[in-house]
Design a protein around this ligand. Structure first.
Ligand code: FES
Ligand code: FES
Length: 158
C-alpha cells in the first residue's frame, strides 16, 4: 500500500508517493533528495536528522512521514537566501564550529528552532538547546558560542 503525502518542504509544495511506514528522514533523503538531515543513530538519540516541523525541532528519523501531511518542514537546505547564507551558517563557519560536519545540519536546525523562540539566550541556554545533538568531533563549545554570537546579530539579523 502506498499513499500520497503533501507538505511544504523548504518553502516548496511537495507531493510524494510513500509507504505508510516511512519516516520523514527516509522521505526527505530517499524520495526528495534533501540530504542535509543525516542518519546517525536512526533511533532519536543523536540529533543528526533534526529538522523544523512547523517551526519546532524534531528528530526526523522517529517522525512518521504521514504525520507531516499539510505541515511545513525546514531543513538546512532552506536556510540560505539564494547565495546569502543564513546568519547561523555564517556564525558556524566564522567560529570554526564544524569539523567533519556530519552533525552540522542538525545543529543548525536545532539552533534555529531555539533562537526563533529565544532570540537572546545565555550561553547556558544555548548549550541546553543543543544538548540533544551529539557531536563526535568537537567539544561543543564553538557551536554554542556561534549560536550566542548569531543571536547578537553579528552575522546579520535572524
Ligand atoms: S538519526 Fe535521528 S536522532 Fe539520530
Ligand atoms: S563536527 Fe563531526 S560530528 Fe560534529
Amino acid at each position: 500500500m502506498s499513499l500520497i503525502l503533501k507538505f511544504t518542504c523548504n518553502n516548496n509544495p511537495v507531493e510524494v508517493l510513500i509507504k505508510p511506514e516511512m519516516t520523514l528522514l527516509e522521505v526527505l533523503r530517499d524520495k526528495l533528495g534533501v540530504t542535509s538531515p543525516k542518519c546517525g543513530c536512526n533511533h532519536g538519540d543523536c540529533g543528526a536528522c533534526t529538522v523544523l516541523l512547523d517551526g519546532v525541532a524534531v528528530k526526523s528519523c522517529i517522525t512518521l512521514a504521514a504525520t507531516v501531511e499539510g505541515k511545513t518542514v525546514l531543513t538546512a537546505e532552506g536556510l540560505a537566501k539564494g547565495a546569502e547564507l543564513h546568519p547561523l551558517q555564517k556564525a558556524f563557519i566564522e567560529l570554526g564550529a564544524p569539523q567533519c560536519g556530519f552533525c552540522t545540519p542538525g545543529m543548525l536546525m536545532a539552533a534555529k528552532g531555539f533562537l526563533d523562540k529565544n532570540p537572546n539566550p545565555t550561553y547556558e541556554e544555548a548549550a541546553e538547546a543543543l544538548a540533544g545533538n551529539l557531536c563526535r568531533c568537537t567539544g561543543y563549545t564553538k557551536y554554542i558560542e556561534a549560536v550566542v554570537e548569531a543571536s547578537k546579530g553579528t552575522f546579520g539579523s535572524l
